[in-house]
Design a protein around this ligand. Sequence first.
Ligand SMILES: *[C@@H]1O[C@H](CO)[C@@H](O)[C@H](O)[C@H]1NC(C)=O
Length: 451
Amino acid sequence: MAWNPLLKKSFYVVAAGAWTWALFLVLLLNPWFQRHALYAHTIHSGFWHNVSNPEEFGFAKGQVQPFTLKTADGESLFCWHVLPLDVYLEHENEIVQKTTGLVEDLKETVGYRILKKDEGSKVVINFHGNAGHVAQGHRPSTYRSISSIPHTHLLTCDYRGFGKSTLLKAPNIPTESGLITDGISLINYILADLGHPSSRTVLLGQSLGTAVTTASALYFTDPESTLLPTDITPPQDAVQSKGGFAGIVLVSPFPSLPVLLETYRIFGILPILSPLRGYPKIAKFVNARIVDRWPTLERLTALLAPSGKGDSRGGSGCDGVRLTLLHARNDQDIDFRLSEDIYATLESQILSSSSSSESHSHSSVLEERRSIHGGERVKRGAFAYRRVEDAESTKNDGGGKSVELEIVRYGGHNEVVGFAQVSLAVRRAFREAEAEAEEGKARFRVGLDVE
Ligand SMILES: *[C@@H]1O[C@H](CO)[C@@H](O)[C@H](O)[C@H]1NC(C)=O
């Protein structure tokens, strides 16, 4: 039988594609290759861009102070301290005159002095996604949008092996425990070394950064948690923050890496494990060989568990958690339904834990949703918006737990980080935390901060 040449050609193209995918899958079974594919830390634009010169990325002279942060296991992370514009304007002359390049110690800088002196200063700690450096792609747009929030400083680092950060420790490749060590080191640096209170700190993560954020937040609530890798290296002076942070904002999160890989598409096109859906045995075999599993949903569940306040044994959970999940409906890399799955689990956890206490009538759920074609039920202009809060949270006296889910219409996987919705989520967290602090002062409550 003679084949139509076009048909023959397309057959070869499809066959070649299938073989390439199969080869990629076999390579993925190797932990070294798997981690390279997951973290993609070697892919960045450091050859064209100079992250030590933040003006290249649209910041005012001296607005961003690059500095290095040492981890307890001997890595040097390359970090940025971004000043808010209102504070910058107020101290412009001094900042411009004293601006330097990369410094070894942030405490010697003008920016640190301003942060410290200002009693109303707030900090956003940012954790970026995989691949690239601190200023890759849309990342600077996040920092610029946060820097327009009054008195709000942003600190962010490249994880080990990313950008200009070192990777001296064996196996010389980013790992789950390595990245969590970096996350804990940065948070602890701000809380313990810089002495900034956790109640005026928001943790913000995107994509892979949501997994780092969650694991790090769990460490500060329950350092002994069995959900954390055993080989993380926390700083010697690590503090605890049972009272929790002003807020945790997760943009494009996923429940765990194995769950993500079931639907993930590279660049929104190339599937990884989804073609295996018809072959559960092979899928299970591959799944069992994923080395860094990033169980974010389990860690969030632990974070939202009862805190054991007033109980001498103490529960594993945090006293107060204000969690926002944000996801774009047109995210091609990570499906927004994964955020809905996370939310659904956390909502039923909060509802069941408050229904077992006597105050369940105070816990509340709000759900707003509209169809793709319209409908005006959703006040925030989102595609879907849901919120659950427990009884403690509605008392508004510091403590209590709330989880919000906002599915926004636009922004995709990466661009959304600079969108207004992210900045608004951060502002809401600070506003609610401030209201609680006021209320707390009135009642002489203590123990909100680490200090
Ligand atoms: C990068 O920028 C810094 C600060 O402006 C400068 O000192 C350094 O020489 C630059 N590096 C390169 C390779 O241009």
